[in-house]
Write a protein of this length. Structure first.
Length: 211
């Protein structure tokens, strides 16, 4: 691992190191993906790490906000994160519930489900965004957290890979929309396909009502 990457990861762990030094034993990063797409679920992940798991940073070279990581590297990092984390879990809210409760509530609920599913309860949650979630655990919401916190970035990567895999599966069922390529986001090609074929069962009815 290049020295510059080592330093970048150390900076990404600045929040975690401070909390560990204050006496926090185990931290969980929590993030969601899929708030913006026109189709498919919103998925949250929670990833738990103790200080011991973060001693060898070379293992995690490339960990960053999932949006900044190329797909092939994301998939490799997702496997590494899930194998090295003390625990991880996902929360999935489908398009029907998104339409029912709205995307913000769905995103928060997905995070709550992910945290509740952890086999090892963390001492504290670090959550991406401005909102805290319903939990008895101490928590800290961090705006732009996936670019500021290692554990949140790790959660963002495994959530992104999980959701992308689901959308690839949906592409086999609904090949006319191109879900494997755009993952449900509102690209020109996707919008054109909706106009041509109409919506399928995984489209969010509350999104894109003008086409």
């Amino acid at each position: 691992m290049r020295p510059s990457e080592q330093e970048r990861l150390k900076l990404l762990l600045k929040i975690e190191d401070s909390l560990f030094e204050s006496g926090i034993k185990v931290l969980a990063g929590v993030d969601e993906v899929g708030r913006g797409p026109l189709a498919g679920p919103v998925i949250a992940a929670a990833a738990v790490f103790s200080p011991e798991k973060l001693k060898d940073l070379s293992i995690f070279a490339g960990v960053n906000d999932s949006k900044k990581v190329k797909p092939e590297l994301r998939e490799k990092l997702s496997e590494i994160i899930m194998s090295k984390a003390d625990a991880f879990a996902f929360g999935i809210i489908d398009e029907k519930e998104i339409d029912k409760i709205n995307i913000l509530r769905a995103s928060l609920k997905a995070m709550e489900i992910a945290v509740a599913g952890l086999k090892i309860p963390p001492s504290m949650l670090l959550i991406d965004g401005q909102y805290e979630i319903k939990s008895t655990l101490p928590q800290k919401a961090i705006i732009g957290g996936d670019a500021k916190s290692f554990v949140i970035a790790a959660a963002s990567i495994i959530a992104k890979v999980k959701r992308d895999g689901i959308m690839v599966e949906y592409d086999r069922e609904f090949p006319m929309y191109g879900f494997a390529k755009h993952k449900g986001y509102g690209t020109k090609e996707h919008i054109a396909a909706i106009r041509k074929y109409g919506r399928c069962r995984i489209h969010r009815q509350c999104f894109g009502k003008n086409f």
